[in-house]
Ligand binder design. Structure first.
Ligand SMILES: Cc1ncc(COP(=O)(O)O)c(C=O)c1O
Length: 669
């Protein structure tokens, strides 16, 4: 038995630390809580990862080429750039290279929690200054201000603090200290090292930040991350840029293999896609303005932000007597995660900005929450279904039925629906539907065949999968055969359709094999698969006309990520308020679930535009007016139109652009 005096004890600094529990579990939903890039990274990153070989994984990483690429991207000398395992690693490296236990580090709070965490771990004394909450210019929100004079006073003490850390912009306040002020302070306090964390620099008016200044300011280091704008938080990669006099010490103390090769592959591919980053930045800045304006319109107090998030007072103004936690819970129940920052600034919530469609969803929820009669929170909406399947890729099996509900969409069987075949059409009348408040009504689109021409992608992938797995001599699949099966319904899932075609040719293949072969053809090895042939169908003027009268949403059988990637690639992501995919519904089409979820989230649905009988059945059972769209190159459009009419529809049109004329102007309450 070990006596207590013999038990192993940690270092005093570690024993004194409070445990830190990263609040990062169970984050299903739209993640507006951690300032991540919610649209994911550039597709080039995914293509680069797909091209990895076993040999690539077997070797220890070589840092030189990535370091050179990254340095050249930022216009820096590679010798100045240290690759780090996120900014976190850079913080700890800097503190432990330049400060001995017991020495002082200055931080300003509220700020990123990791500064305190790593300072405590290094056994440093922490001197915490405070951001001051000040009124801003009229209509411009409040500002959390860090007074350079307060920093100067703190650094003038004897002995001098060894390091001062400034997040610029700061998290969670969004405050930006002018670069000039930091340089003046650094020049005035040469005995202190200035660590400037520019994790959010991409969202400021001057994304170059202080990187170039490092060369001429001997007591300045700057950290950057790939976790935010580049959408690579999981890769854990950052850089620390250090002046010639300090860089050798940091390199000496640096763990030699702390960054993995996959992170480097991701970063190089991300940097090569400047257009993608520019578009994400454009949308994020527009989102931030939109969110700030919406908060102001709701009468809430908010703080002007230079980063990809906005902090606001969730308990003030119209929220009287409703704790911030209630808003956070309400948003979570509607599938949106936002961050309670009450521990930093009482009553506050922080919302991440990114793609406009995501921000619009968050704004709609805030409006619903704060406009509900006082004392009565709006109901929580559709809570995440615990029985719902995990997020899927195209290679996932179809979603199971909710327990206790008979599946209407089991793969491989013809469509069944709540209304027996042959019964009278139950299409609702085309009466204009009242909408909530001033919001426009919602029009929902199926994606494939309606918004995107997939005749060269999914259709060809089906035929090619059958040819590849059927072997020589198997009867080729004609377009008409695929179309006939689609028209019969029950095969919205193209893997199962391919498998059924093989079965009809006497070839039994495991489902996983079909999925793998299909995906190889559809995605290609380096992003060069059949999906590259897809074409956007709704011309910009038609899309604008739709947007003038409706809020737009998508309900697709594709995995949501795949659908959102396509929307981004076609440059139309901002037009759609919500995109519901394969993994979002317990039962796919022809079940009505997706449309019911959308109606619950967004308000009454004016119409659903689809190109298959399953789409039509789904609309009928959700009591949403259906408009049949004939997909490009359909071999028997008249027969399809008759089927739509039999199920019930407002009309059948050759393209979604023509459908607007079928809808009466909506009535607003
Ligand atoms: C100011 C600041 N710096 C750094 C980070 C994290 O950077 P990394 O993921 O590179 O460790 C965050 C994340 O929230 C942050 O807010």
């Amino acid at each position: 038995m070990t006596r207590d005096s013999e038990a192993l004890k940690p270092r005093a600094a570690v024993a004194a630390m409070r445990p830190y529990h990263p609040p990062l579990e169970g984050r299903d939903g739209l993640r507006l809580d951690f300032n991540e890039n919610t649209s994911g990274c550039s597709p080039r990153v995914i293509a680069a990862l797909r091209s990895l070989t076993a040999e690539d994984l077997a070797r220890y990483p070589e840092y030189g080429p990535a370091q050179a690429d990254i340095a050249s991207h930022f216009g820096l000398d590679p010798a100045r750039v240290l690759l780090t395992n996120g900014v976190d690693d850079a913080i700890f490296l800097t503190l432990t290279t330049f400060a001995d236990p017991g020495e002082t580090v200055v931080i300003a709070e509220p700020t990123f929690a990791m500064y305190r965490f790593y300072a405590e771990r290094a056994g440093l004394r922490i001197e915490a200054l405070q951001y001051q909450d000040l009124p801003g210019a009229p209509g411009q929100g409040r500002v959390f201000h860090l007074d350079p004079a307060a920093i100067s006073t703190a650094l003038a003490q004897s002995p001098h603090p060894r390091v001062v850390i400034v997040a610029n912009p700061n998290n969670p306040t969004g405050s930006l200290l002018p670069n000039r002020a930091i340089l003046e302070l650094a020049a005035a306090h040469p005995a202190t090292l200035f660590f400037v964390d520019e994790a959010y620099a991409d969202f400021t008016p001057d994304p170059a930040g202080l990187l170039a200044a490092v060369e001429r300011q001997p007591n300045l280091v700057v950290a950057r991350t790939f976790s935010k704008a580049h959408g690579l938080a999981a890769a854990r990669l950052g850089i620390l840029v250090a002046p010639p006099a300090l860089e050798p010490y940091l390199r000496r103390a640096h763990a030699p293999y702390n960054v993995n090769a996959l992170a480097l592959i991701c970063a190089r591919a991300a940097l090569a896609d400047a257009d993608w980053l520019a578009e994400y930045r454009r949308q994020t800045l527009a989102s931030r303005e939109r969110l700030q304006a919406a908060l102001a319109a709701l009468g809430l107090t908010w703080w002007r932000s230079a980063a990809n998030f906005v902090l606001f007072q969730a308990e003030g103004g119209p929220a009287r007597n409703r704790p911030a936690a209630e808003l956070v819970q309400f948003c979570r129940s509607r599938g949106i995660l936002v961050r309670d920052r009450g521990r930093d600034v009482a009553g506050t919530v922080r919302i991440t900005c990114g793609p406009l469609a995501d921000t619009d969803r968050a704004i709609a929820l805030l409006q619903e929450y704060y406009r509900a009669p006082r004392g009565r929170a709006p109901r929580g909406g559709v809570p995440p279904d615990p029985a719902a399947p995990p997020p899927a890729t195209r290679s996932s099996p179809p979603a199971p039925a909710r327990s206790g509900t008979p599946s209407q969409a089991h793969a491989g069987a013809p469509a069944s629906s709540a209304t027996p075949p042959g019964s009278a059409p139950s299409q609702p009348a085309a009466t204009p539907r009242p909408t909530k408040g001033n919001a426009l009504p919602v029009a929902v689109f199926d994606m494939d065949g309606v918004l995107v021409d997939v005749s060269g992608s999914y259709r060809r992938a089906i035929a090619a999968t059958v040819a590849a797995l059927g072997g020589a001599g198997v009867e080729p699949v004609a377009d008409a055969e695929i179309q006939a099966m689609k028209d019969a319904g029950g095969y919205n899932n193209d893997w199962d359709l391919s498998r059924e075609l093989l079965r009809r040719r006497g070839v039994e293949v495991p489902r996983e094999t079909v999925i793998a072969a299909f995906n190889r053809l559809y995605h290609g090895e380096n992003g060069d698969g059949l999906r590259r042939t897809e074409r956007w169908l709704l011309p910009p003027p038609a899309l604008t006309a739709w947007r003038r009268r409706y809020r737009l949403a998508i309900f697709t059988g594709r995995p949501r990520g795949e659908a959102e990637t396509a929307l981004r690639e076609f440059g139309v992501a901002a037009a759609f308020e919500c995109c519901l995919g394969l993994e979002d519904v317990a039962r796919g089409k022809p079940a009505p679930d997706g449309l019911l979820i959308l109606a619950d989230r967004l308000g009454p649905l004016a119409a659903f535009l689809g190109d298959t009988v399953d789409d039509a059945a789904s609309a009928r059972d959700a009591a949403v007016p259906f408009i049949g769209v004939l997909p490009p190159g359909h071999a028997a459009p008249q027969a399809l139109a008759q089927r739509f009419t039999a199920i019930g529809c407002l009309g059948v049109v050759p393209s979604a652009a023509d459908a607007l004329a079928l809808l009466p102007e909506a009535v607003r309450l």
